[in-house]
Design a protein around this ligand. Structure first.
Ligand code: EPZ
Length: 431
């Protein structure tokens, strides 16, 4: 298993290109199941989760091709993926595949919408909490699917096709909204999705579906209106830049100090995080190329945050922000409202000498003037990268274990940070 070694204490200076968003690319790839024609996705990040989803789609009968290198391509350019679900030969998504990546459960919606049946393994819990799927199933039932659970599998049927309906989500759910959208676009008649998630990745999916011939209104709001169509066609669509990757490197630059341009980052996709970053004392400037983060000299000011659905502070940046707060000049309170168990990074951050205590759904972080390098490991993607941020600012050497978590969601992390002066290297098992 690979490890990452970091020698902390170097300021980040330079440019970091922001990749396509993992959490947009995954539902967009799944949307390819909705049409017998080819869906071409540009700017798809090269990530372990993307490769895993390709395996799952292949099992349903989806062909894929990836464009080769083109003249002038940057080594970090996203890939262009052609997905063609001409014939869906298997409507079952088995446990062995789904259990490795929760988002793959979302194949349920396009399979039932297009084929009238689907059998998909329940995804199970994960390191950040129990993460139920009741609301995803509720949405499909509202659209007329019958749902049974047998032997750990969801068996959904709608032999006469789905029918448009009003779907009211009692709480905001990204996966629930993706599911409702992908099912409603091929349902007969009109659907109204209320309390829909407004995350940019949901809007990206809606825009791609529209490019494929779907009729959806209310994009970016909590009310989505869908007029079902008989079929969808192929399209070409570019995945939006990853706001969580951008926010992660923004916090890293604030942590080490320095001057970093996050190329292609779109400030409106992470305004709440950038507002908080400014309160910590960093200078944030939107430029035509992206977002520039500067912290020279001044200390890091403590700021309290509470995670919330978009446009609030994203739960996917909570761990990274906590890392930044471990070096703040005072105490901050970080409250997690989306997932009940998303503080697994607290114990690991403490290994660097951070002072953090948990109080119910909050973490109280007492900032320290210095962190010290340490061997650490983490249990999920965002927690792992929070350890990278702490290690970049810690004195001496740190070793990050279980790098496969990082590989699920951060493309070329060592190359991107290394190009900005970070002393970071990957060691393979033998190394
Ligand atoms: C998506 O997960 C993201 N994953 C997560 O990113 C992200 O943290 C999350 O949205 C919130 O923004 C992908 O896009 C692949 P939810 P999702 O449904 O859709 C509860 C990362 O690190 N809920 O919006 O699974 C749920 O337990 C990952 O990239 C139900 O109760 O999240 C949670 O408390 C981690 N019943 C809340 O809703 C349901 O049926 C929001 O979850 C569904 C969800």
């Amino acid at each position: 298993m690979d490890r990452i070694r970091i020698l902390g204490g170097t300021q980040l200076q330079g440019t970091i290109p922001i990749s396509g968003a993992k959490n947009a690319a995954l539902p967009l790839m799944i949307a390819s199941l909705l049409t017998p024609e080819t869906l071409t996705l540009e700017n798809v990040p090269r990530l372990a989760d993307v490769r895993q989803l390709l395996r799952i789609l292949t099992n349903h009968g989806v062909d894929h091709a990836i464009d080769g290198k083109r003249p002038g391509d940057s080594p970090i350019a996203g890939q262009t993926l052609h997905l063609s679900a001409k014939h869906i030969v298997d409507t079952t998504a088995p446990y062995e595949l789904v259990s490795r990546m929760r988002a793959s459960f979302w194949v349920l919606a396009p399979l039932i919408a297009r084929m009238g049946e689907a059998k998909v393994s329940l995804p199970g819990g994960c390191a950040i909490g129990t993460r139920p799927v009741d609301l995803l199933l509720m949405a499909l039932e509202r659209l007329g699917a019958s749902i049974d659970i047998e032997g750990g599998y969801v068996i959904a049927k709608a032999p006469q096709g789905l029918k448009g309906a009003e779907i009211v989500f009692p709480k905001v759910t990204v996966g629930g909204t993706h599911t409702a959208l992908m099912a409603a676009v091929l349902a007969k008649g009109h659907s109204h999705i209320r309390n829909a998630a407004r995350e940019p990745e949901v809007t990206d999916l809606a825009q791609c579906l529209i490019a494929m011939g779907a009729k959806i209104e209310g994009l970016g709001t909590s009310d989505l209106y869908v007029e079902g169509v008989a079929g969808l066609h192929g399209a070409r669509y570019e995945v939006l830049p990853d706001r969580i990757e951008a926010g992660t490197y923004a916090f890293a630059a604030a942590m080490t100090g320095g001057d970093v341009l996050l190329e292609r980052a779109r400030p409106e996709l992470l305004q709440s995080a950038l507002d908080v970053l400014q309160l910590t004392g960093a200078k944030v400037t939107a430029t035509p190329q992206g977002v520039r983060i500067v912290r020279n000299g001044g200390g890091i000011q403590p700021v309290d945050i509470t995670t919330a659905p978009f446009p609030g502070f994203p739960t996917d940046l909570q761990a990274q922000f906590m890392a930044l707060m471990t070096k703040a000049e005072g105490a901050s309170r970080i409250t997690e409202t989306i997932f009940e168990n998303r503080f697994m990074h607290v114990a690991e951050l403490s290994r660097f000498g951070a002072h953090i205590r948990l109080e119910n759904d909050s973490a109280i972080v007492e900032g320290m003037p210095k962190l010290k390098g340490a061997p650490v490991m983490a249990t999920d993607l965002r927690a792992s990268v929070s350890l990278v941020i702490a290690a970049l600012a810690a004195e001496g050497e740190s070793m990050i274990h279980r790098v496969y978590h990082l590989d699920r969601g951060f493309e070329q992390l060592e190359q991107k940070l290394g190009a900005c002066g970070a002393q970071i290297e990957r060691l393979s098992e033998a190394g």
